[in-house]
Ligand binder design. Sequence first.
Ligand code: CTP
Ligand code: CA
Length: 233
Amino acid sequence: AGELSSARALAGRTVTISAGGTREPLDPVRFLGNRSSGKQGVALAAAALQSGAKVRLIAAHMDVAVPTGVELITVETALELRDAALSAAEDSDVVIMAAAVADFRPAHASASKIKKQDDVADPVITLVRNPDVLLELVRDRTRTGRRQIIVGFAAETGDEQSDVLEYARAKLQRKGCDLLVVNQVGVDKVFGLDQTEVVILDCSGVEPVIAAGSKTDVAGAVISLVSDRLTAT
Ligand code: CTP
Ligand code: CA
């Protein structure tokens, strides 16, 4: 159904996409951040636009330009991203969480620039957990009973205990979203590269889809699966 449904398959639909990486302030000039470029989120926005959707982009820090025609909501922190995402989700047919959301933030952001202190050799930063936005989106959908497709992203490496797909399946279950796009992060698969390969897991248990190529190719595969699901429900 992918090819047949691709042309303007999202006409009349609203798609919200989070992209980039959050920055969690330590003081007015410093933050904890991550290396997410925002490229995948921007590629998704472009693919959704091409399918005729109204696209809202919730952009945390990004290295790339935003395509024209999207409604841009700029955020800095995970808490800001959460507020923007929950509110945007209220009238969205699709929500895609491509942003790298910091799991933790400094417990206290200093109002003034932190100075070196000669009597403190090894200062310690205390972190607190950020809310899980994807989890909250799924809960909100359940609470309101709205029809909505929710997509998560995950970068996994696997380790001695579990392989990448085992971790990813457990994550899909834990989050309760419809699709989970899994990136295997390894030696030759690094943040910021233009070629990528993902496995797209579906909560209904249908066979995972492998999508390889540019981030544009991956975005096309995700948007096509989302369109299929929207027309099927
Ligand atoms: N995510 C989120 N809110 C967070 C952390 C992550 O909404 N506080 C979303 C990401 O945008 C992504 C998905 O959850 O779509 C999976 O992110 P990931 O970091 O892989 O999941 P975590 O539950 O944080 O698991 P881990 O401990 O492996 O980092
Ligand atoms: Ca995380």
